[in-house]
Design a protein around this ligand. Structure first.
Ligand SMILES: NC(=O)c1ccc[n+]([C@@H]2O[C@H](COP(=O)([O-])OP(=O)(O)OC[C@H]3O[C@@H](n4cnc5c(N)ncnc54)[C@H](O)[C@@H]3O)[C@@H](O)[C@H]2O)c1
Length: 225
């Protein structure tokens, strides 16, 4: 199942919208209450700005049930959609210049847009399943104090999202983690974070095992009452 993280309903359609679609393969979205009178003729007005994730290439822009893969995301798109419900959607396949307020999506025929239609943005199901949407797939995270408690939960979350995890702990008992086909891999290294030699050994083992370290979660610690 894909994750829908933005949804809005079309409330009004400006008189020039059909021409923009046929001549320039683009639509201009504006949240209804934000659209200035002189701009309304050019815009698709809609009801909502509640954007609950970062828009990124590979996600899906939808007009009703019609899907368009997002190819490029202008630098102001996230902010403008949240603040004004205002972006330009260009159905250009990402060809040409990336404009800061534009979402560039797949180049294919644009359906007629009607009042009441849903416009939405989703993350593809396979990206959720393999963790790529967090950008952690293939990354290496070192989590100290990961044999129990918070550290163990953090290590599990990295694994679930496709990262390889170096589990470091004083505790010599190797903790158990749930793994699936899409999880990262675990390397357990007995480490004392108060001992520089032990930490150096752990870093060497981490790099020998996974090639690099991308993230360190410095969690090990003790509670002194
Ligand atoms: N649990 C809380 O309410 C709470 C509140 C504030 C801060 N913290 C801090 O969060 C961190 C995790 O807390 P937790 O509740 O999961 O604790 P925890 O005791 O369940 O886990 C801590 C882990 O760190 C390991 N560890 C301790 N000293 C180490 C060392 N020198 N080298 C390597 N590993 C070492 C322990 O073996 C243990 O597995 C700790 O730093 C703790 O001080 C926890």
């Amino acid at each position: 199942m894909s994750k829908k993280y933005y949804s809005t309903k079309v409330t009004a359609i400006g008189g020039q919208v059909a021409d923009f679609i046929s001549a320039a393969k683009m639509i201009i979205m504006f949240e209804d209450s934000m659209a200035l009178p002189e701009l309304r003729d050019a815009c698709v007005m809609h009801s909502g700005n509640s954007l609950q994730d970062m828009i990124k290439p590979g996600d899906i822009y939808k007009i009703g049930n019609e899907e368009f893969k997002i190819i490029k995301v202008g630098s102001e798109v996230q902010k403008n959609l949240m603040n004004l419900g205002h972006i330009t959607v260009k159905f250009d396949g990402g060809a040409g210049e990336v404009l800061e307020g534009s979402l560039h999506v797949e180049d294919k025929p644009v359906p007629e847009i009607k009042v009441g239609d849903e416009l939405s943005i989703c993350r593809a199901a396979e990206e959720i399943a393999d963790g790529t949407w967090l950008g952690l797939k293939g990354k290496t995270a070192v989590v100290t104090g990961a044999a129990s408690g918070i550290g163990k939960a953090v290590a599990q979350a990295f694994l679930d999202n496709g990262a390889n995890v170096v589990v470091c702990d004083l505790n010599p008992n190797e903790p158990e983690f749930h793994t699936t086909e899409t999880s990262g891999k675990v390397k357990y290294v007995v480490t004392n974070v108060t001992d520089a030699g032990s930490v150096n050994e752990m870093v060497k083992t981490a790099v020998d095992t996974f090639g690099k370290i991308d993230v360190v979660v410095n969690n090990a610690g003790i509670n002194i009452p």
